[in-house]
Design a protein. Structure first.
Length: 587
């Protein structure tokens, strides 16, 4: 468990003199935090408690050296996933793992945990056939063969892996027969299933971070890209050859073919690609692709409706910040924070910088509203997995991200840059502005860890959103959310028929209490992670909600007057086929 200190006391760290940044391998603007305004004093009705140990999630997540990171490969870490792999209506947990440079223990493996429906989980990794050691990066979820069971795609430094869900609790590595083997050793990073041509079959996007070879990477301190604030550190990403993006088309027979060149995504070069998210950012009914890029301009691929994409990151305003500067893009939150029916972007960055909030104008052009929204008060920590979501069900999505340094060896010399940091939560003040909650969201948010990926979902089926967090060389965190008050909610599970079975790329627009909010079913977001495919809307005091579903193939269904505090299953073409009430119980 991470240590706990008062978040207000932690602000004292800002008084520690900051060493002037010298040439370094990672982008950081060196910005000073904005002054904090007076706290609103409004109550916050969500409380997060880490119950990982009592839930049975006790195995540490091994990823490189705990005391020192000699190589950037050890420092980046990996994602995690909520997945209902057996279709029992309860979220199971899939955790990725890295290894050590030498003497890697047998416990360093990916793990699948089955939800026992009583607040505990059972490790079923071996039974499921998912034991694997290596440098895992990211995970995407989607039913690529439309058989009704969610499959897994995992990227690695080495060779990416496609796991087919056999529907009987087991998975099979089908990478070779699916045509997804590649030549050489690549560092797979962000990945996502996406039906980019709307043919009802999930295609696959897989990015590479950078080219990494133990024999060729300089040692800490060897050149300016191997220093941070004057201290020798692991090298990169700057100074190392950048990666690229790959797109594979689903042939419908269990195989994929490489369409990276034909689609145009391979033309985007020169950036260090990290988390990916496929969503319709310009509201034209076709999925676009956003790629957070580290210390280089981020990519936004606009779908041209003909099997090709145009990279428009710079012209759309989503590649850089408002000052035209690169940032160390890691994690992505996708959501409609200002309730205008369009998807906005939250992107996390390095220490001495802010996370960035891009407001979507509805046409796919973005404005950096970070400082105007109040996020400029927080610059202390290196951010990773993130989300725009509604933990307290008040109908206004909040902002969340996890933190953790990549330089454990520097804390003794630079105590103002600790290896472990808290989770960050900004409460939506409902006027375009946010305020950071320092101690009000519970011990699970304030606890200190060096975290990377995180996934969001209702693991205990009680009507609120919980959080799964990957912690470097520690057990994961499972942050159970306990919501007080009387706010309502609705949860929507979509099942495609003509569209892909997972309904990835489908959009649900909810109208409640005079508000409108859009969400889409995402295969990946946060940092290298996959969240609950069931969409969750807080409704505040609205007892009913009107839902509009735009399926991935473009067809639209409208369902009015849906009663709150239920999970509704909507099958394409058939409306609501199942309604479940399971709120307000703790397991």
């Amino acid at each position: 468990m991470g240590g706990y200190i008062s978040r207000r006391a932690a602000l004292g760290l800002l008084g520690v003199p900051v060493v002037k940044a010298l040439a370094q391998g990672v982008s950081s603007r060196g910005v000073k935090p904005q002054p904090r305004g007076k706290f609103s004093g409004l109550p916050f009705h969500a409380c997060f408690t880490d119950i990982a140990a009592q839930a049975g999630l006790r195995a540490p997540l091994i990823y490189g050296g705990a005391e020192k990171k000699t190589y950037i490969l050890e420092a980046v870490g990996c994602g995690c996933a909520f997945i209902d792999y057996d279709n029992d209506g309860w979220l199971d947990i899939f955790l990725l793992s890295g290894q050590l440079l030498e003497n890697t223990p047998q416990s360093a493996t990916n793990r699948l945990y089955h939800n026992n429906r009583d607040g505990t989980f059972t490790d079923v990794t071996d039974k499921a056939g998912l034991r694997k050691t290596g440098w895992a990066s990211a995970v995407a979820i989607g039913d690529y063969n439309n058989d009704g069971f969610e499959d897994l795609f995992v990227t690695y430094w080495g060779q990416n892996v496609l796991y087919r869900n056999n529907g009987d609790g087991t998975f099979t590595d089908v990478t070779a027969q699916a045509g997804l083997l590649h030549d050489g050793t690549l560092w797979g990073s962000g990945c996502t299933f996406i039906d980019y041509d709307r043919d009802g079959k999930l295609d696959l996007l897989a990015a590479n971070y950078l080219q990494f070879d133990f024999a060729k990477v300089p040692k800490p301190g060897e050149n300016p890209n191997c220093n941070w604030k004057g201290f020798p550190v692991n090298c990169g990403p700057r100074g190392l050859p950048p990666g690229r993006v790959w797109l594979y088309h689903n042939n419908g027979d269990g195989t994929f073919r490489d369409v990276s060149d034909a689609s145009g995504v391979s033309k985007a070069k020169g950036s260090y690609c990290m988390t990916t998210a496929a969503a319709d950012f310009d509201n034209d009914g076709w999925p676009d692709i956003y790629v957070a890029c580290d210390s280089t301009p981020s990519f936004l691929f606009r779908n041209n409706h003909d099997g090709t994409f145009s990279e428009i990151g710079l012209e759309s305003g989503a590649a850089l910040n408002e000052d035209g500067m690169e940032q160390a893009g890691m994690g992505l939150g996708i959501g409609d924070y200002n309730l205008d029916g369009s998807l906005d972007i939250l992107k996390t960055h390095f220490a001495d910088d802010t996370a960035i909030l891009y407001r979507n104008d509805g046409k796919g052009d973005f404005e950096d509203v970070t400082n105007a929204a109040g996020l400029g008060v927080e610059t202390r920590y290196l951010g990773w997995g993130a989300a725009i979501f509604d933990p307290d069900n008040d109908g206004y999505p909040d902002l969340f991200w996890v933190t953790g340094s990549v330089y454990p060896e520097l804390e003794k010399d630079l105590p103002s840059y600790p290896f472990k940091g808290p989770r960050i939560l900004f409460r939506n003040l409902k006027n375009g502005k946010f305020e950071e909650l320092l101690d009000q969201a519970g011990p699970g948010v304030a606890a200190l860890h060096s975290s990377r990926g995180c996934a969001f979902g209702d693991f205990d089926n009680d009507g609120d959103i919980d959080i799964l967090v990957m912690n470097m060389n520690e057990p994961p965190s499972l942050l159970r959310n306990d919501v007080s008050g009387a706010n309502h909610w609705i949860k929507v599970k979509l099942v495609g028929t003509k569209s892909n079975r997972s309904a990835i790329g489908a959009r649900v627009t909810a109208r409640y209490g005079g508000h409108v909010q859009a969400q889409e079913v995402l295969s990946q977001s946060s940092f290298y992670s996959a969240s609950d495919l069931r969409l969750h809307f807080g409704l505040a005091d609205a007892a009913k909600v009107d839902l509009e579903v735009r399926w991935p193939n473009g067809s639209v269904e409208k369902i009015a007057g849906v009663a709150a505090d239920h999970l509704v299953t909507i099958r394409e073409g058939a409306g609501i086929v199942k309604t479940e009430a399971f709120g307000n119980k703790k397991v």
